[in-house]
Design a protein around this ligand. Structure first.
Ligand SMILES: [Fe+2]
Length: 191
């Protein structure tokens, strides 16, 4: 999933994970007159970064990604980094687990979760850099500490609805049921 944000029509903006149909993304950018200053990368997997180079070349946007991301980037990010996009602020929450470089972006009450948290699911941890224990810490010590009314915009539309809230996920996502860290690691190892 790609997301486009701006601080208003004709305003400063950013694109999260530009992939897939870049023509469609460009169409929205042009129709709204958005000045794209940043490409925000949730993690370095190709299905989240394949459009970075082309969109950066077309718009002059800076590519922002966690410092551990093995991709071309202009702005290395850390946990707690804040990116100013005109009147908007994107706060970086480092959420390793799916990959070491995974981050979520909190913009006001909107949380862009990449492959860390999906609606009703979470990202897999059995690929290189995956770590179920780290994902437990990211989900329970970071994301579940956010207020219920924070909206969740995941990196893939795998759930019953395209978006959710932290409160809704806390109540209904089976991944977020009460488990110890050890139980969670065993749970993630189950097929
Ligand atoms: Fe991924």
């Amino acid at each position: 999933m790609s997301y486009i944000m701006a601080d208003g029509p004709g305003g400063a903006g950013a694109v999260i994970d530009p992939t897939g149909d870049l023509l469609r993304i460009n169409g929205v950018i042009e129709a709204e007159g958005i000045r794209v200053g940043f490409i925000l990368t949730t993690h370095g997997h190709p299905d989240h970064t394949s459009g970075n180079g082309k969109l950066a070349a077309e718009t002059g946007a800076k590519i922002a990604a966690h410092r551990l991301a093995g991709i071309k980037k202009d702005l290395p990010l850390e946990d707690g980094s804040v990116i100013k996009i005109g009147a908007l602020e994107a706060r970086v929450i480092h959420t390793p687990g799916h990959t070491r470089d995974s981050v979520c972006f909190l913009v006001g009450k909107k949380l862009f979760t990449g492959d860390t948290l999906f609606v009703g699911e979470c990202g897999r941890t059995d690929m290189p850099g995956g770590d179920a224990g780290a994902l437990y810490d990211s989900l329970f010590d970071k994301l579940m500490k956010l207020p219920d009314d924070v909206e969740v915009y995941p990196g893939h539309d795998y759930g019953a609805r395209p978006t959710s809230t932290i409160g809704q996920e806390r109540k209904t996502n089976y991944v977020l049921e009460k488990r110890t860290r050890e139980e969670f690691i065993e749970f993630m190892a189950e097929p």
